[in-house]
Design a protein around this ligand. Structure first.
Ligand code: GLN
Ligand code: ZN
Length: 761
């Protein structure tokens, strides 16, 4: 048995190398397979992961990183934080768990939100003064035993108690002054019990994640972190405690953890390069293990092992023991780069997915413990790949670079929005409260089949093209019949709003199997942006032209914005994100200009991920928002006054980004608002927005069809804070995931409501 950690990873993907868990879950939910079958798939995935990590040579292997849905939900269930409405269902444990995750006919699910600044989503626990914490589910202990039975000694991983409570929200019964963190004492008693049981089961280490401390925290919250780990550290019957922080620099909290009576502290040296000069000042590390997160857990590039070893060397004098790890859990990267068969071989040689990252960690660990010579071949191979990537001509497109270098302030500016409005009104002649949609129409099984057939070669380009034209025709005819004012082509040709564009631009590659869990069974396959980005020819004009030829109403051109393209791709790490954003923005700008030239008068540039990339620390947010706004403006400022620019944002709580939304200077902004009852309009007024707004009048995330009078009420509420000439009427997001029957009735309700309200203006 190891007495300390030498090399490890903070967590591992769990959806399965071929998305086995996704299939098993969806089949169970659909009633096509039994609980036993689902549990069987899960056990096999866990077994394979433990064996793989242990065989690769990690000397500390994590467990309890498997989840049927989400690790935050698992933690809530472990400690009995299950709201009454779910226990009242009287269902078995697994179905109660899935009711919390997904809802069912009688209860809505827990709220879901983004896990820090990643594209992973967790379920928000609800905690109140009466939540009765108790160690009710012993999965962490059972999985420790399950691995031990296979001969693998593991380190159970849980969300730490302070981060757990900081991520929770007060439940409905809580008084206004209540904070979930008020319940820390009670929750710690349950963590203590779990630690005691793990100790008796034989666990030598436990990992309690506290990523919440890489974001800004109040002094009181930081004090609670110290308190928690003094309490847990002072327990006599417990495994050794390892607390990693990740997604940034934990700042002072690192000091707090270093002085707590625990055995190991983890730092993310990729996202938050803690200056090694600062570490010697962190007293308390001398008798601890410092787990150095040297291998990027969130991106897919091979690690520069030489430079990682240099960083490690500077830490050696600081801590009692230096261990090597990933910067965060590998949940955020795909399984295996070797399994990719169609990526260009040179680009592929620069990549490391989860499996390769484990090998990198092992190599670094051995270099530290046995000396560099022991891993000379591995270090050489890494050096060659890094050098090959660094020197590759394929990263550079001089034309794009000189375009970026010669940008001028005017390239980011349009005329005043107040003078654009009459020019646009003259060109478009829209009625007050114009109705429109966010872009996509239902992606029917037929459309997806046609795309698969094109990929497999069972149909050719011409017949695929014809299928899409037929679909566009049908979508335009439907919108005309329903009576919408600004039409869309429906986006049938797009597999995904980012991947579609990346496939038509230089500087990107797509993967075959690079799936990453987004939430539950839902996975995404982010494109890889490896080099300078260019758009060799126009991407969307052909479709827009066809759509516009079918109607006299304006057809809105539909593009994905530069920030969203970055947020939903794996990006190059060899230049500032800001520079990459400018290149992508220029590509989109060319597209915007081309659309205008083909006669498209309204162009929407979607930025649903604008808030997603917002740095966790306030001091870094300004700089981010500056370049993010610049990228959008660069993309959209190449057109005449009379061309109307729209944007779409998938959220309504603007918070820190509200000024940035104004600065985007889009003529019309559509936002999610149906669930928040139009309150967002007051927020926008408070900052003098003064442009068109389309607050979503119904929630497309639910199959429910809104009635005309509901929509009418919302519109009248909106008119309380917004003049009619600036109010647009639209759903709150794209219709891609819905069925035609619902979409048809919902849009009719919406159009009827707009007509009613118009009549009484
Ligand atoms: N135009 C996209 C659509 O309608 C926008 C999607 C989004 O907001 N995520 O699907
Ligand atoms: Zn949206």
């Amino acid at each position: 048995m190891t007495t300390t950690i030498g090399s490890t990873v903070l967590g591992y993907p769990r959806i399965g190398p071929h998305r086995e868990l996704k299939r098993a879950l969806e089949s169970y939910w659909a009633g096509r397979s039994s609980e036993a079958e689902l549990r069987d798939v899960a056990r096999t995935l866990r077994t394979n992961t433990w064996r793989e990590l242990s065989d690769a040579g990690l000397d500390s292997v994590p467990s309890n990183t498997f989840s049927y849905y989400d690790q935050v939900l698992d933690t809530a269930v472990t400690f009995g934080a299950v709201p009454r409405r779910y226990t009242d269902l009287g269902a078995n444990a697994l179905d109660t768990y899935f009711a919390m995750a997904r809802g069912n006919d009688s209860v809505p699910p827990l709220e879901m939100t983004k896990w820090f600044d990643t594209n992973y989503h967790y379920l928000v626990p609800e905690i109140g003064p009466d939540t009765s914490f108790a160690l009710t589910d012993r999965t962490p202990i059972e999985q420790y035993r399950e691995a031990a039975a296979l001969g693998v000694t593991t380190r159970p991983v849980l969300v730490g108690p302070v981060t757990f409570l900081l991520l929770a929200k007060p439940d409905g019964s809580a008084p206004a002054t209540f904070r979930p963190l008020d319940r820390l004492g009670d929750l710690l008693a349950c963590y203590a019990e779990l630690l005691r049981e793990l100790h008796h089961a034989g666990a030598e280490w436990v990992q309690l994640d506290e990523p919440a401390f890489t974001a800004d925290r109040s002094p009181a919250e930081k004090e609670r972190l110290g308190h928690a780990y003094r309490v847990l550290g002072d327990l006599t019957e417990r495994p050794k405690v390892f607390v990693p922080t990740y997604f940034g620099d934990a700042g002072e909290s690192l000091h707090t953890l270093a002085t707590a009576p625990i055995e190991a502290v983890g730092v993310d040296l990729v996202a938050g390069p803690v200056s090694p000069d600062r570490l010697p000042g962190i007293t308390g590390l001398r008798d601890k293990t410092l787990v150095a997160g040297l291998v990027d857990g969130r991106n897919i590039w091979r690690t520069d092992l030489d430079s990682a070893l240099c960083t490690a060397a500077t830490l050696l004098g600081v801590a009692g023991n230096v261990a090597v790890s990933t910067s965060c859990s590998l949940l955020h990267v795909p399984y295996d780069a070797e399994a990719e068969t169609s990526i260009d071989p040179q680009v592929k040689s620069w990549l490391a997915f989860a499996k390769q990252k484990v090998d990198e960690v092992v190599t670094l660990g051995r270099a530290l413990s046995e000396g560099r010579e022991a891993v000379g071949a591995e270090l050489n191979a890494s050096r060659e790949a890094i050098a090959d990537r660094g020197a590759s001509e394929r990263l550079r497109n001089e034309r794009v670079r000189s375009r970026v270098d010669t940008l001028r302030p005017g390239d980011y500016r349009r005329s005043e929005c107040a003078t654009r409005r009459p020019a646009q009104q003259h060109a478009l002649r829209l009625p007050p409260l114009p109705t429109t949609t966010i872009g996509s129409f239902p992606q029917t099984a037929d459309v997806r089949k046609a795309r698969a057939a094109l990929r497999n070669g069972t149909i050719d380009r011409t017949s695929y093209h014809q299928r899409m034209v037929d679909e566009i025709q049908r979508v335009i005819a439907l919108q005309e019949e329903i009576g919408l004012d600004v039409l869309v082509h429906g986006e049938p040709e797009r597999n995904d709003m980012v991947q579609y564009f990346s496939e038509h631009m230089e500087g990107f590659v797509s993967t075959d199997n690079g799936w990453v869990q987004s939430y539950g069974s839902r996975c995404v396959r982010p494109p890889i942006l490896f080099g300078d980005v260019a758009r060799p020819r126009s991407i969307t004009t052909e479709w827009a032209k066809i759509a516009q030829s079918l109607t006299d109403k304006p057809v809105k051109g539909m593009l994905t914005g530069p920030v969203t393209i970055l947020a939903w791709s794996f990006v190059r790490d060899d230049q500032p994100l800001e520079d990459t954003a400018a290149q992508v923005a220029l590509a989109i700008r060319d597209e915007v200009v081309d659309l205008e030239a083909t006669g498209i008068r309204v162009i929407q540039v979607d930025e649903p991920a604008l808030r997603e990339l917002l740095p966790l620390r306030a001091e870094q947010q300004r700089d981010y928002l500056r370049w993010a706004v610049d990228a959008f403006r660069l993309a959209t400022s190449g057109v005449a006054e009379r061309t109307q620019i729209h944007t779409h944002l998938c959220y309504s709580e603007f918070g820190e980004v509200i000024d940035a939304i104004v600065a985007l200077d889009a003529d019309v902004t559509s936002i999610e608002a149906a669930r928040s009852r139009m309150e967002v309009l007051d927020d926008l007024n408070a900052v003098g927005f003064g442009r068109g707004v389309g607050p979503g009048v119904y929630d497309i995330h639910s199959p429910r069809v809104p009635q005309t009078d509901e929509v009418e009420k919302l519109l009248r509420a909106a008119l309380e804070s917004m003049p009619a000439e600036r109010l647009w009427v639209n759903p709150d997001c794209g219709l891609k995931t819905r069925g035609y029957a619902e979409v048809d009735s919902a849009l009719r309700s919406m159009v009827a409501a707009a007509a009613q309200v118009r009549g009484s203006l």
